[in-house]
Design a protein around this ligand. Structure first.
Ligand code: CO
Length: 136
């Protein structure tokens, strides 16, 4: 059911500093502009790799859903991994039928396609994002 690994989400206290790390320490050259999703309380950008992406996310505004993660992990840390699925609504129904806790109604994510999150308790402590594959 799950398709390719789309990205690994990394929560950071400062996107600008994290971008410098990926540029200077790992010689990453293809990094997107920083975007904001005010309704979801995040600033984000993507470090493009040959086979995947790292999504850097920084809290934006009060009550950001990643602030509590950063409170526990002040230096930042791996926050979620994202797999592509063909149909997000079918995926949500299937997840719920299997007893998993789907954390949100499908909403548009950083790639412009609908996403849902699955509670970490269902996947060995890992927060899973499912994202509908972009239709190019
Ligand atoms: Co993500």
């Amino acid at each position: 059911m799950i398709g390719p690994l789309n990205h690994v989400g990394v929560a950071v206290p400062s996107i600008e500093k994290a971008i410098e790390t990926y540029k200077n320490l790992y010689n990453a050259t293809d990094i997107t502009e920083i975007g904001e999703m005010t309704d979801q309380g995040v600033k984000f950008c993507f470090v493009n790799l040959p086979n995947s992406q790292i999504e850097l996310i920084e809290p934006l505004g009060d009550g950001s859903p990643i602030q509590s993660f950063l409170d526990k992990n002040p230096k930042g840390g791996q926050h979620h991994i994202c797999f592509e699925v063909k149909d997000i609504h079918k995926a949500k129904i299937e997840m719920e039928e299997k007893g998993a806790t789907v954390l949100n109604e499908p909403r548009i994510g950083a790639h412009g396609t609908p996403i849902i999150f699955i509670h970490p308790k269902d996947s060995d402590g890992v927060l899973i994002e499912l994202m509908e594959t972009p239709k190019h």
